[in-house]
Design a protein around this ligand. Structure first.
Ligand SMILES: [Zn+2]
Length: 297
């Protein structure tokens, strides 16, 4: 019975089962995504559509605001404003299908200092992130810029066990990506990845609508366009729908065509684009498709 042939067949069956199981688990391996913004509406605007797509596919997404937003209003401030914005962020998180953390650092006063770097390292490790999003460090707003620096400074340290030893270090370095921006110096944004968010754009606007203090009050006031915001609740959401649309640049269009093919890529009306950071793991195109499974047909 236990002939050599039988043992060989048994071994081969076992081996191929394992290989099949291995391949299966690799495809099914859940992705964990964390996005960092400086303020409790930044991830929402720059990566909200992509976050909805991840969430709809069953992947865990967390937004982290590195400041509490307590300076972002023309009439309110301090604890009152921070509490209002925390409530708005939690409601927006519910509408996006993500969990939302707000760190209690003051808005407008963020510095790329060690204490905040350690907070960022802890958040990435506790979330066991595969993919980390952040602003580029050449944004106009110092809080955005320093959030970019803080995440860059955490990008290698998340793998170093002796730093923040109470939060276990990650075994593999995540992939770090930047949100899109318009800044040209010292180098313009490069859309390595472009995601078609047309199917979820309505849901993105519905979630942005939760940030009443920002999208209908503060941003219009500081941007001198308050008179354009309708007072009626339904009318202002419809205004937000057209106002929030980000223009698709020729570079982003080329990236959409690369990832979705010419026919689909040229028709996309709403998109979010991301640049791969030089720090952290460096994914090839296959790995990029694994990390952004919405790109797989
Ligand atoms: Zn911001």
């Amino acid at each position: 019975m236990h002939s050599k042939k039988f043992l060989t067949i048994t071994f081969l069956t076992f081996f191929f089962s394992l290989s099949y199981f291995g391949a299966f688990t690799q495809v099914k391996q859940p992705l964990r995504i964390i996005m960092f913004g400086a303020h409790p509406d930044d991830c929402d605007m720059d990566g909200g559509g992509t976050a909805i797509l991840f969430s709809k596919m069953g992947y865990a997404v967390k937004f982290v605001s590195v400041t509490n937003g307590d300076a972002g209003h023309q009439k309110q401030k301090g604890v009152v404003l921070a509490k209002r914005r925390l409530a708005e962020a939690k409601e927006a998180g519910r509408r996006f299908g993500v969990t939302y953390d707000v760190l209690d650092n003051h808005d407008g006063l963020l510095m790329p200092e060690l204490a905040v770097r350690l907070q960022v390292i802890r958040k990435i490790r506790e979330w066991k992130a595969d993919l980390v999003f952040a602003p580029r460090p050449n944004d106009y707003h110092p809080d955005h810029r320093y959030t970019g620096v803080l995440v860059q400074d955490a990008s290698f340290m998340v793998t170093v066990p002796n730093i923040v030893p109470e939060a276990p270090a990650l075994k593999g370095n995540p992939v770090f990506v930047y949100f899109q921006d318009k800044f040209q110096k010292p180098n313009p944004f490069r859309p390595d990845i472009a995601i078609d968010i047309s199917q979820v754009y309505d849901q993105k606007v519905d979630a942005l609508d939760a940030h009443v203090s920002q999208v209908y009050e503060w941003l219009p006031w500081i941007g001198h366009y308050s008179e354009k915001v309708p007072s009626d609740t339904a009318a202002r959401k419809s205004w937000l729908h057209s106002f929030s649309r980000v223009e698709i640049t020729p570079e982003v269009r080329a990236s959409l065509v690369k990832w979705y093919g010419k026919e689909h890529g040229e028709k996309v009306t709403y998109a979010e684009a991301f640049e791969i950071c030089e720090y952290g793991s460096q994914p090839d195109d296959e790995e990029r498709k694994r990390l952004f499974p919405m790109l797989r047909p």
